[in-house]
Design a binder for this molecule. Structure first.
Ligand SMILES: CC(C)(COP(=O)(O)OP(=O)(O)OC[C@H]1O[C@@H](n2cnc3c(N)ncnc32)[C@H](O)[C@@H]1OP(=O)(O)O)[C@@H](O)C(=O)NCCC(=O)NCCS
Length: 192
């Protein structure tokens, strides 16, 4: 497995694979994936866009992650902003990198790929804070939740509903940068 940084055009060239990994990882139906395809195509042009991918030795896509600078006028940013009070807006959204997608093909999960992708993405990210949303789930049982907690992500909003989606989400955040040399025993610092 090889972890690589992707430029916008690298991601666009592999858009079919990106959407396939996304669909497999999230278990989404085909029609939803087509809508997502359009969004992803627009996301790569946003300010502060950063992306990583994990490729197998024969070049297949095992996982990917991307994000960008979160700002007013973006749907996700505006939804989260409207649910936060003024101090929290200033704290979390004034200079924020949003992790938009982070996925690993189910067959490749549980081997540290997600952690490597997240670490690399956050090392490249601009901003003082990082935010992401993830469906509410059992924190002990969900791989995504365990991963984010290990990285020191804290609750910003819980049981939050985005318009048009019946699922409850958590908005999680932490400050940037990540520690350069993580120490296993330092509080709030990731030991991966
Ligand atoms: C969430 C997700 C991206 C995590 O990726 P992953 O590659 O499975 O995660 P990791 O392997 O880094 O971490 C998972 C497990 O591997 C273990 N691990 C970490 N590094 C490891 C390594 N080098 N070798 C072996 N195992 C390792 C971790 O302890 C972790 O164990 P745990 O799940 O029991 O806590 C991935 O599971 C996924 O795509 N899930 C479905 C989609 C999803 O939920 N995406 C996020 C939505 S916001």
């Amino acid at each position: 497995m090889r972890l690589v940084a992707w430029q916008p055009d690298d991601l666009l060239r592999r858009l079919d694979d990106v959407v396939a990994v996304y669909g497999e990882a999230m278990g989404y139906r085909q029609e939803l994936l087509q809508t997502r395809r359009g969004y992803i195509g627009a996301h790569v042009r946003r300010q502060g866009f950063r992306a990583v991918a994990t490729l197998t030795t024969d070049g297949r896509l095992a996982g990917f992650g991307y994000g960008y600078t979160s700002g007013p006028g973006q749907w996700w940013h505006d939804q989260v902003r409207s649910a936060l009070g003024e101090p929290a807006r200033e704290q979390w959204l004034s200079d924020c990198f949003e992790v938009v997608e982070l996925h690993v093909r189910p067959a490749a999960q549980g081997h540290g790929i997600g952690a490597r992708q997240l670490r690399a993405l956050l090392a490249m990210a601009d901003g003082k804070t990082v935010l992401l949303s993830t469906p509410e789930a059992d924190e002990q049982k969900s791989r995504a939740w365990r991963l984010y907690r290990r990285f020191g992500f804290a609750d910003v909003l819980r049981h939050f509903f985005f318009p048009g989606d019946e699922r409850a989400f958590a908005i999680l955040g932490r400050e940037l940068p990540l520690a350069e040399r993580p120490a296993e025993d330092a509080p709030g610092i990731v030991g991966i």
